[in-house]
Design a protein around this ligand. Structure first.
Ligand SMILES: *Cc1c(COP(=O)(O)O)cnc(C)c1O
Length: 943
C-alpha cells in the first residue's frame, strides 16, 4: 500500500520554487486558470509545439547520480604525463570544499554590482596580482576563457595596439598545437596571415605586426627570448609570450625578457583537468596597453565614505557599450577557476609555490638523466617539466607500454615522445616511464637548474596576502570572510534579466568533483574516455531534441564563443555555396553586445535594424535593410524571445524574409528558458543558435564564469561546426583549446536534463513565464512595464521603465539598484537593453514568498521615490542616493540625514537575516582615473 507520504518527491518539485498552491495564487493574480493556458496565450501559435519533448523520462536525484556514476566508470583515471598545457595538480581540500563546492562562491553573479561583490573582487585582484607578478608585467586581467583563446586575444590586441600595418602574425613553430589551431580559426576571417617560425634559427618576415612565442615551448624547451623580442620590436611588432605559470617560479619572466604581453592558463594552480576545462586563461600586458586588455579587469577605487573598494574597471570597454566597435566578444569568463587558482597561490605563498616548482623540475631532471643513462637522448638542454626525447620508430610502442603501466605520455610523432612531470608525479610514475622506455637505471640525483641568464632572480608575490594564510585555520577564515561579504543565490533572489539565475542543485554539482570526471586529460586516448563520450553523446542528442536542430557542438566555452562558432559556420557555408562575398550581418538595436562583437570577429559587417514601439524588430526597417544589402546579406542575429522580454509573433515571417534574400538566421538562444518544451528555434525558421548552459541548464555563474555555449545547427551547417583541434584541414577550425571545451562541468546539465525529463522542462518554462508575469502584474501600477506582447503578456522576464520617475524625482536606476541592497536583494539587470530601465527575470526556482518579498521591496522603493518627488527628501540626501548603507555608516556618532537610521538599514521592517553591504556606493570614475589593478598595500586600507 502506498500513501502520499512515502512517495518520492520528484526533482521538479525541488527545482521549481512555488508549490502548487502558490502557483494557483500566482495564476489568479495574472488572470489565468492554468499555466498551460497562460503559455498558450503568451506564445504565438505559429511557433508552438504540439508534441512533448522526446527525452528519457525523469528520474530521482539518486537514480540519476547512479546512472552517471556508471557512466563515469567508463573513464579511466591514469597518471597523466601528456602535458600540452594540462597537468595534474593537488587542489588543496580547504579550497575544494570552501570554494569549488561552496554555493557562496559558485552561485554568485558577475560582480557588476561591486558593493555586494567585494569578496570575489578581492580574490580576483589576488589573481591579477599573482599573474602580474609571475609574468613580470604590470597589468593582468581577471581571466580569459583558456590559453588558446587568450593567445588569439593577444594577436588581435597586438594588431590594434601596434603601429605596423602588416597583416602578418608570427608564431613560434613549437607552440601548443591547439593554440596554433585556434589562432588559425581566429586569424582567417580577420585577414591575418600566420607565419610559423623556428625560433632556434629565426627567419623573420621583413614586416609583421606581432608575434607569439612560447616559454616553455610545446616540446618543453625553456629559452631566453630577449634578443628575438628586441628584433621583433625593431621591425615594429608587439610580442606575446605563452608561458607556464609554475615555471615562472624558477624561470625569468616574459616581462623581464622585454615581452609586451603574456598569456597562459592557470589550470595547474589547483584546478582539475576536467577533460579540458573549465580553467582560467590569463593575459597580462606592459604599461600602455592596459586600456586595450580584453575581458574584465578588477580595479581599486573608493566608496562614498572614502574607503578603499574594488570594482570592475574601465567598464566602458565592455561589448554592451561598444557593440560593433568592441575589440573582443568576451563576456562570461572563468571567475570561479581564477578564484581557485589565486587561492592556491595565497595558500602556498611564494615559498610553497617555489617548492612545488622545484620538485617538478627536479623530477623532470631525474627523468631526463635516467633516460640519457639508458641511451635515450632528450632534445632540449634547458627544460622545466617536460622532456621530449627521440626514439626513432619506437614512439608508439613506448607510449603503449606506458599506458599498460597506467601512465599517459604524449606521442609527438613516430619518432618522438614527450613526458611532462607535475605536482602529483610520484617516484613510481618515474619508474613506470623508465620501464616504458626500456631503461633500467634509476639515478639517485641529478643536476637541476638552467643555463646562465634563464634562472629567475627577482622577487614576486611579496604582498602580505600571499604570506598570511599558511595554516588551514587562517585560510578557512579568509575564505569565509570573503564569501561572507558577497551576495549570491545562497542568500536570496538574483533577478537578473537575460541571465537566468536559477537553482544550481547540489545533486547536479556533486559529480563535478568525481575523480573519473575531474582527472581526465583532454588528449587522453579515446578508449580511456568512454564515459565522457557517452555523456557528450547524450547531451548532444538531448540538446538537439529540445532545440529542434540536427547537430550540436559542446566545444564553445561561453555564449560569446558559441556565437562566433555559429557565425563561422554560416560564413563557411556561404563560401562553400558560392556566396562567399555575403558579409552583412543584420542585428536589431536591442541585441546583446556580444552579438555585434562576434559578427565583427567572424569578418562580418554589422548593420543595425531598428525596433518598433512595442520592442519588436521593425519589419519595415528590416525590409529596407535587406533591400539595401541584398547581395551582401549573410545573416540576421536575433534573440528569441527578444531581449525586450516578449515573444514576437512575427518571428517566422522574419526568418522567411531573410531566407528569401539568401541570408541565414541566427537565433541567440540565451532566452531559451522561455521556450523549452513549448517551441524549438530549429523548427520555427532558424538555422543556428547558441545556448547558454550556464543560464538555462543550471551551470552556476561562478561569479562570472565558467560557462558553456554550445552551438546547435540545422543539417546544412553541421559540417561547419568547430573541429577537434587535433584534426587538420577541417572546414572550420576549433574555437577553444580542448575538443569538448569545458567538458568537466557537463555533468551539471546532464543531471538537470535527466532529473527533469521533457515534462519537467516544460513545467519549468511555464513556471518561469508565470513568475515573470506575476512580477509584471504586481509591479505594473508602480513601475510601467515597458513591453508586452500577445494579450499584454511578457515572456520570462519583464522590463520596468523608470525613465519617467527619474525625470520627475531625479532618482536613477542606479539608486534603485543600490537601494535594493539595503532591502537584501541583488539588483535586476540595469539599463539593458534599454537605458534607464530595470530588467527582471525571476526564474522558475524562486518561490512565491521570495517573489513577494522582491515585489514588496520594489513597491516600498516606489514609495521612497514618491517622497523624493514630493520634496520630502532631497534626492542627494535620500536613502536612495545614499544606498547602500553600511553598518559603519549606521554606527557613526552623528546622523544628519532626513530619514532615520532604521529607515536606512531596515526599510522593510527588521529582516531576520539582514545582509550588510561591506562598503558604500563605489565611485567608479575615480578608479578609472587612478587605475590600480593589483593588490594595494595594506596601509591603504586605513580610513
Ligand atoms: C548572456 C548572453 C550572451 C553571452 O553569453 P556569455 O556566455 O556571457 O558569453 C549573449 N546573448 C544574450 C542575449 C545573453 O543574455
Amino acid at each position: 500500500m502506498s500513501s502520499r507520504s512515502d512517495a518520492v518527491v520528484p526533482f521538479t518539485r525541488r527545482h521549481i520554487g512555488p508549490s502548487p498552491e502558490q502557483q494557483r495564487t500566482m495564476l489568479a493574480q495574472v488572470g489565468y486558470d492554468s499555466a498551460q493556458a497562460l503559455l498558450e496565450a503568451a506564445i504565438p501559435d505559429s511557433i508552438r509545439l504540439h508534441t512533448p519533448l522526446d527525452l528519457p523520462s525523469a528520474v530521482t536525484e539518486e537514480a540519476a547520480q547512479a546512472e552517471l556514476r556508471a557512466m563515469a566508470a567508463g573513464n579511466r583515471v591514469m597518471r597523466q604525463m601528456i602535458g600540452l598545457g594540462y597537468y595534474g595538480t593537488h587542489t588543496p581540500a580547504v579550497i575544494r570544499r570552501n570554494v569549488l563546492e561552496n554555493p557562496a562562491w559558485y552561485t554568485a553573479y558577475t560582480p557588476y554590482q561591486p558593493e555586494i561583490s567585494q569578496g570575489r573582487l578581492e580574490a580576483l585582484l589576488n589573481f591579477q596580482t599573482m599573474v602580474s607578478d609571475l609574468t613580470g608585467l604590470p597589468v593582468a586581467g581577471a581571466s580569459l576563457l583558456d590559453e588558446a583563446t587568450a593567445a588569439a586575444e593577444a594577436m588581435t590586441l597586438a594588431r590594434r595596439a601596434g603601429k605596423s600595418k602588416s597583416p602578418v602574425f608570427v608564431v613560434d613553430s613549437d607552440t601548443l598545437p591547439q593554440t596554433l589551431a585556434v589562432l588559425r580559426t581566429r586569424a582567417e576571417p580577420l585577414g591575418i596571415s600566420l607565419v610559423t617560425v623556428d625560433v632556434t634559427a629565426p627567419d623573420l618576415p621583413e614586416e609583421f605586426f606581432g608575434a607569439l612565442l612560447s616559454n616553455p615551448s610545446a616540446g618543453g624547451a625553456v629559452r631566453d627570448h630577449t634578443a628575438l623580442i628586441e628584433e621583433a620590436h625593431r621591425r615594429g611588432a608587439l610580442v606575446a609570450v605563452a608561458v607556464d605559470l609554475l615555471s615562472l617560479l624558477l624561470v625569468r619572466s616574459p616581462g623581464d625578457m622585454g615581452a609586451d604581453i603574456a598569456v597562459g592558463s592557470a589550470q595547474r594552480f589547483g584546478v582539475p583537468m576536467g577533460f579540458g576545462g573549465p580553467h582560467a586563461g590569463f593575459m597580462s600586458v606592459r604599461s600602455g596597453l592596459e586600456r586595450s586588455l580584453p575581458g574584465r579587469l578588477v580595479g581599486v577605487s573608493k566608496d562614498a565614505q572614502g574607503r578603499r573598494a574594488y570594482r570592475l574597471a574601465l567598464q566602458t570597454r565592455e561589448q554592451h557599450i561598444r557593440r560593433e566597435r568592441a575589440t573582443s566578444n568576451i563576456c562570461t569568463a572563468q571567475v570561479l577557476l581564477a578564484v581557485m587558482a589565486s587561492c592556491y597561490a595565497v595558500y602556498h605563498g611564494p615559498d610553497g609555490l617555489r617548492g612545488i616548482a622545484s620538485r617538478v623540475h627536479a623530477q623532470a631532471a631525474r627523468l631526463a638523466r635516467g633516460l640519457r643513462a639508458g641511451g635515450v637522448e632528450p632534445l632540449h638542454g634547458d627544460f622545466f617539466d617536460t622532456v621530449t626525447v627521440r626514439v626513432p620508430g619506437r614512439a608508439e610502442s613506448v607510449v603503449s607500454a606506458a599506458v599498460a603501466l597506467g601512465v599517459n605520455l604524449r606521442l609527438v610523432d613516430a619518432d618522438h615522445v614527450a613526458v611532462a612531470c607535475d605536482e602529483t608525479t610520484t617516484e613510481s610514475d618515474l619508474s613506470a616511464v623508465w620501464r616504458a622506455f626500456g631503461v633500467e637505471s634509476v639515478p639517485v640525483r641529478s643536476e637541476t637548474g638552467f643555463s646562465a641568464g634563464l634562472a629567475r632572480a627577482d622577487e614576486y608575490l611579496t604582498h602580505p596576502v600571499f604570506h598570511e594564510h599558511r595554516s588551514e585555520t587562517s585560510m578557512l577564515r579568509y575564505l569565509r570572510r570573503l564569501a561572507d561579504v558577497d551576495f549570491a543565490l545562497d542568500r536570496g533572489m538574483i533577478p537578473l534579466g537575460s541571465c537566468t539565475m536559477k537553482l544550481n542543485a547540489a545533486a547536479e554539482m556533486e559529480p563535478v568533483s568525481w575523480p573519473q570526471f575531474a582527472h581526465i586529460h583532454p588528449f587522453a586516448p579515446a578508449d580511456q574516455v568512454r564515459g565522457y563520450a557517452r555523456l557528450i553523446a547524450d547531451l548532444e542528442a538531448w540538446l538537439a531534441e529540445v532545440t529542434g536542430y540536427d547537430a550540436v557542438s559542446l566545444q564553445p566555452n561561453a555564449g560569446s564563443q558559441g556565437e562566433l562558432a555559429g557565425l563561422l559556420a554560416i560564413r563557411a557555408y556561404l563560401a562553400a555555396t558560392g556566396a562567399g562575398d555575403r558579409d552583412v550581418c543584420l542585428i536589431p538595436s536591442s541585441a546583446h553586445g556580444t552579438n555585434a562583437a562576434s559578427a565583427v570577429m567572424a569578418g562580418m559587417r554589422v548593420v543595425v535594424v531598428a525596433c518598433d514601439e512595442e520592442g519588436n524588430v521593425d519589419l519595415d526597417d528590416l525590409d529596407a535593410k535587406i533591400a539595401q544589402h541584398a547581395d551582401r546579406l549573410a545573416a540576421i542575429m536575433v534573440t528569441y524571445p527578444s531581449t525586450h522580454g516578449v515573444y514576437e509573433s512575427e518571428i517566422t515571417r522574419l526568418c522567411a524574409k531573410v531566407h528569401d534574400a539568401g541570408g541565414q538566421v541566427y537565433v541567440d538562444g540565451a532566452n531559451l528558458n522561455a521556450l523549452l518544451g513549448f517551441a524549438k528555434p530549429g523548427r520555427f525558421g532558424a538555422d543556428v543558435s547558441h545556448l547558454n548552459l550556464h543560464k538555462t541548464f543550471c551551470i552556476p555563474h561562478g561569479g562570472g564564469g565558467p560557462g558553456i555555449g554550445p552551438v546547435a545547427v540545422r543539417s546544412h551547417l553541421a559540417e561547419y561546426l568547430p573541429s577537434d583541434p587535433r584534426v587538420a584541414d577541417a572546414p572550420v577550425g576549433p574555437v577553444a583549446a580542448a575538443p569538448y571545451g569545458s567538458a568537466g562541468i557537463l555533468p551539471i546539465p546532464w543531471m538537470y536534463l535527466r532529473m527533469m525529463g521533457g515534462r519537467g522542462l516544460a513545467e519549468a518554462t511555464a513556471q518561469a513565464v508565470l513568475a515573470a508575469n506575476y512580477v509584471a502584474s504586481r509591479l505594473a501600477e508602480h513601475y510601467p512595464v515597458l513591453y508586452s506582447g500577445n494579450k499584454g503578456l511578457v515572456a520570462h522576464e519583464c522590463i520596468l521603465d523608470l525613465r519617467a520617475l527619474t525625470k520627475r524625482s531625479g532618482v536613477t536606476v542606479d539608486d534603485v539598484a543600490k537601494r535594493l541592497m539595503d532591502y537584501g536583494f541583488h539588483a535586476p539587470t540595469m539599463s539593458f537593453p534599454v537605458a534607464g530601465t530595470l530588467m527582471v527575470e525571476p526564474t522558475e526556482s524562486e518561490d512565491l514568498t521570495e517573489l513577494d518579498r522582491f515585489c514588496d521591496a520594489m513597491i516600498a522603493i516606489r514609495g521612497e521615490i514618491d517622497k523624493v518627488a514630493a520634496g520630502e527628501w532631497p534626492v542627494e540626501d535620500s536613502p536612495l542616493r545614499n544606498a547602500p548603507h553600511t553598518a559603519d555608516v549606521l554606527a557613526a556618532e552623528d546622523w544628519s540625514h532626513p530619514y532615520s537610521r532604521r529607515e536606512a538599514v531596515f526599510p522593510a521592517g527588521a529582516a531576520a537575516a539582514k545582509y550588510w553591504p561591506p562598503v558604500g556606493r563605489i565611485d567608479g570614475a575615480y578608479g578609472d582615473r587612478n587605475l590600480a589593478c593589483s593588490c594595494p598595500p595594506p596601509e591603504a586600507f586605513g580610513s
